[in-house]
Design a protein around this ligand. Structure first.
Ligand SMILES: *Cc1c(COP(=O)(O)O)cnc(C)c1O
Length: 383
């Protein structure tokens, strides 16, 4: 078979080839059952065994402590932006619904911005810190965050997929004098490094970046947070309901869970999350190193918060300024040359312009090496 191109798409994103091959083998007949996974009852013993193994493997991979429920949901990361406040902003301990429930958000890019906007439908939102003023090039130091007195939760996006800003370590709210649970949108770097569970209340991630196909959303919810949903929270999105029904309150996204399960097995075979972290450090170091060494390309994000998964970079124009316009002929020439070399989907997000390489777990080191060689070649041809 011809070698597949390297796919740098931000999500849905490249999947391990071994997983796709296995899925193709299983398509008509999973494990001698005479049925493809899509044709199975979600409550039958075949699918139940798929779900149980997927959950076990994920708990194992991410070292998820016993007090966290792992929920296989639908609705995506954006769905969770509403699901989280509906689950965390309701009455607590038999008290009536409070009118002035407060939540805190740290804005570090487009995704946390969207999360804050959605939460405003359900609760008061305090922006505790923002990096908008410097175009999302740094992370606001937690010591400077203006946290509310008693927020229901504090939301961060631990890896901003568009601007390429990553918390390399999660903030410790307790050390900041805040008892509220931390809610983490980790959609675009889940399983690329261990999770600091002692700092987390709720974590969520759409599967389509690092875990599988679109359609499955993982939510990790600490046990003590299951009982404070708002009355308006839909039953199918109520964490307690989903948890007490083992993610089977309604029909779960069965095929997506099966695919994610294959990815979990693949991750274990690769050496788990520790091996993925080592690989992510190697790949990102190589790429940022090449960008920094170049006179033609640039990335302005602070070194201490550069994303290891999403690497935006910009060509400079003749005036030395970054060419944000994706339609600029030089950007177009770069992208066309990349495609001709089997390097796909390097166009930047429409709100950021330029280029972006998403280098998730399944994107091999050789893909980044090929990209770096192309960056250098492109620069030479312009010199
Ligand atoms: C992709 C992404 C989302 C959006 O997820 P949907 O599944 O499209 O709702 C949310 N948050 C982050 C950080 C993302 O990268």
């Amino acid at each position: 078979m011809q070698k597949r191109p390297y796919n740098f798409a931000p999500g849905p994103a490249t999947m391990p080839e071994a997983v796709l091959t296995q899925a193709a083998r299983d398509m008509l007949d999973w494990n001698g059952s005479g049925m493809g996974v899509m044709e199975m009852s979600h409550r039958g013993k075949e699918f139940t065994s798929i779900l149980e193994k997927a959950e076990r493997d994920l708990r194992d991979l991410l070292a998820v402590p016993g007090e966290f429920h792992i929920l296989f949901m639908q609705g995506g990361g954006l769905g969770e932006n509403a699901i989280v406040p509906m689950n965390l902003c309701g009455p607590v301990g038999g008290a009536p619904q409070a009118a002035d429930v407060r939540t805190d958000f740290v804005i570090t890019g487009g995704w946390s911005q969207k999360s804050a906007k959605e939460a405003r439908k359900y609760a008061q939102v305090n922006v505790a810190a923002s990096n908008e003023a410097d175009k999302h090039h740094h992370l606001p130091d937690p010591a400077t965050w203006q946290l509310s007195k008693q927020p229901r939760y504090v939301h961060i996006c631990s890896n901003e997929t568009v601007f390429g800003v990553e918390f390399h370590t999660l903030p410790d709210l307790k050390a900041l004098g805040c008892d509220a649970p931390l809610v983490v949108d980790c959609s675009s770097h889940i399983a690329s490094r261990p999770v600091e569970w002692d700092k987390v209340g709720v974590a969520f991630a759409g599967a389509q970046k690092n875990l599988g196909p679109a359609g499955v959303t993982l939510a990790f919810v600490r046990d003590d947070l299951l009982d404070q949903a708002m009355a308006i929270c839909p039953s199918a999105f109520n964490y307690k309901n989903v948890a007490s029904n083992q993610s089977m309150y309604n029909t779960p996204p069965t095929f997506g869970i099966y695919m994610a399960g294959l990815v979990f097995q693949w991750l274990k075979d690769q050496g788990g999350v520790a091996a993925m972290e080592t690989l992510a450090i190697a790949k990102s170091k190589l790429l940022y190193g090449a960008i920094d060494a170049s006179a033609l390309f640039e990335n302005k994000v602070d070194a201490n918060c550069r994303s290891r998964m999403n690497v935006p970079f910009f060509l400079k124009g003749d005036d030395g300024q970054p060419l944000l316009d994706a339609e600029h002929p030089r950007n177009a020439a770069f992208l066309a040359g990349a495609k001709a070399r089997g390097l796909l989907n390097l166009r930047g997000h429409k709100s950021a312009g330029g280029m972006r390489a998403s280098i998730y777990n399944a994107l091999p080191l050789a893909g980044v090496e090929t990209l770096v060689a192309y960056l250098q070649e492109f620069e030479r041809t312009l010199a």
